[in-house]
Ligand binder design. Structure first.
Ligand code: BGP
Length: 478
């Protein structure tokens, strides 16, 4: 077995983290536009009002809005077959509530998709990637309000119809399982009405958050169902921040704790979106946490009818779980216990290539639908070398080891994998910290944490390496 001939090699981005042009051509404000910068040690803040003299990294980001032709040409030079990007809801519906879409916003994505087509690149579009209109935060506390479902459906119907001949692959919500964690309040469920302060200290209401998550499940299922009925050529996927958890030891307490965390953070969401129903332990979970979900007649049916065609996920690290152990580490959305066998990135995310093979098998065994890795990569500081170039051998090493394990999962284990789009293929703003210094790209962008920089683009060593990887369909990883 080999990787598919039409394997979707590419890279991934999100509108709020790279487009900039936050208030241009009729665009409204998204929840991301209300987030300041931060760092590994100082959390970013969300603010009710846009404060003067405060840096909001999404406002300019790396200005893909004006550089898209240059950037897509660079992706094409690397041989990308696929480009994961998101549509900024507020470019299409500035407050989320208009009855007519904003033509200038629609026209922008026409230009982007046309440019992809010119270069033979297939777009993979995330419909909602941490970009809810801020006006909906004010109106209905983000996804807690059931009316958000209808606004989302209107948005989806418009973009489906407009781009039906240009886009085949769609993901409904980025990392929908962020809603299972308090940190998800800001970017994911957007349940931050009236709150200004650090994103780590939002007053958390599990009741509101899980209600919001239920609304996202219903919204996702409704639009998947609608797309299947009207656009049979579309393929729709879910998107999970796969938080792989190992037991810290073989003590049964640790094994059970790891199982609990796998359920609560991963399977709870993907069971709904892939199997079309809440898992059997959901009821006990709600009871234990004092959650009373309000469901309307038809909700459970639509979850059944709107299951996804493929499963996508982000994979950065693994964590350990157990009872009575101490040394903690951070990670993508969730932290955990330090694994003594692994090293971590400068931001404390534990690097575990074999964990990717393990995760691919765990997921495929459970669902048996095609998988796609839509985020993976190393956030690192890049320093210019004396010869003026960026020699990012550490990034190449990280990606090489992950691709090796990904191939083992396909070639030795038989997992059905559609593609691989590493995160931040061009340097962009970090979602968790708002930094530019945490770089993932094959392409360096001259933009810094204080907002300065001329936005010029340069190829790093990893650019040439990844080009060779794609050209050989993953055979040459040297
Ligand atoms: C995921 C998000 C992305 C992205 C990535 C890397 O959670 O889907 O938006 O940012 O993580 O995380 P960070 O930017 O915090 O390093």
């Amino acid at each position: 077995m080999k990787l598919r001939k039409d394997f979707l090699w590419g890279g991934a981005t999100a509108a709020n983290q790279f487009e900039g042009a936050w208030n241009v051509d009729g665009k409204g404000e998204s929840v991301s536009d209300h987030c300041t910068n931060g760092s590994h040690t100082v959390p970013k803040r969300v603010t009710v009002n846009i404060e003067p003299d405060t840096l909001y990294p999404s406002h300019e980001a790396i200005d893909f809005y004006c550089h898209y032709e240059e950037d897509i040409a660079l992706f094409a030079e690397m041989g990308f077959k696929c480009f994961r990007m998101s549509i900024n809801w507020t470019r299409i519906f500035p407050t989320g509530m208009e009855s007519e879409p904003n033509e200038a916003g629609l026209a922008f994505y026409d230009r982007v998709f046309d440019c992809c087509k010119k270069h033979g690149i297939e777009p993979l579009v995330t419909i909602s990637h941490y970009e809810m209109p801020y006006a909906l935060v004010e109106k209905c506390n983000g996804w807690e309000g059931r009316e958000a479902i209808g606004y989302f459906e209107t948005y989806c119907r418009v973009i489906f119809e407009r781009y039906k001949d240009k886009v085949k692959y769609w993901l409904t919500f980025n990392e929908i399982n962020a809603g299972t964690m308090p940190l998800g309040n800001v970017l994911s469920t957007s349940t931050v009405k009236g709150y200004s302060g650090p994103i780590t200290q939002v007053p958390d209401s599990p009741q509101a958050r899980y209600q919001a998550l239920h609304h996202q499940f219903v919204a996702s299922a409704r639009v998947v169902k609608y797309a299947h009925e009207h656009y049979p050529q579309f393929l729709l996927g879910n998107m999970i921040a796969f938080c792989a958890v190992y037991p810290f030891t073989c003590h049964p307490d640790d094994v059970l704790e790891a199982q609990r965390q796998m359920r609560d953070t991963n399977w709870y969401c993907s069971d709904v979106q892939v199997k079309g129903e809440y898992p059997y332990y959901a009821k006990a979970f709600w009871e234990k946490n004092g959650i009373e979900l309000k469901m309307e007649p038809g909700d459970l049916e639509v979850l059944k009818e709107g299951t996804v065609d493929f499963y996508t996920f982000s994979y950065y690290m693994t964590n350990c779980a157990g009872v009575g152990h101490e040394e903690a580490v951070s990670g993508n959305l969730t932290g955990g216990l330090k694994n003594p066998y692994l090293e971590a990135s400068a931001w404390g995310w534990q690097i575990d290539p074999q964990g990717l093979r393990w995760s691919l098998n765990e997921i495929y065994e459970r669902y048996h639908i095609p998988l796609m890795i839509v985020e993976n990569g190393l956030g690192a500081r890049d320093e210019r070398s004396e010869d003026g170039k960026f020699h990012d051998s550490y990034r190449i090493d990280y990606l090489r080891r992950h691709i090796q394990q990904m191939k083992l999962a396909v070639e030795e284990d038989g997992v059905d994998l559609m593609g691989y789009t590493p995160w931040g293929c061009i340097d962009l703003v970090s979602a968790s910290t708002g930094e530019m210094a945490k770089r993932y790209g094959f392409i360096y962008v001259n933009k810094f944490d204080d907002g300065t920089g001329d936005l010029s683009r340069e190829r790093k060593d990893s650019f040439y390496w990844y080009k060779k990887v794609i050209a050989t369909n993953g055979e040459d990883l040297d």
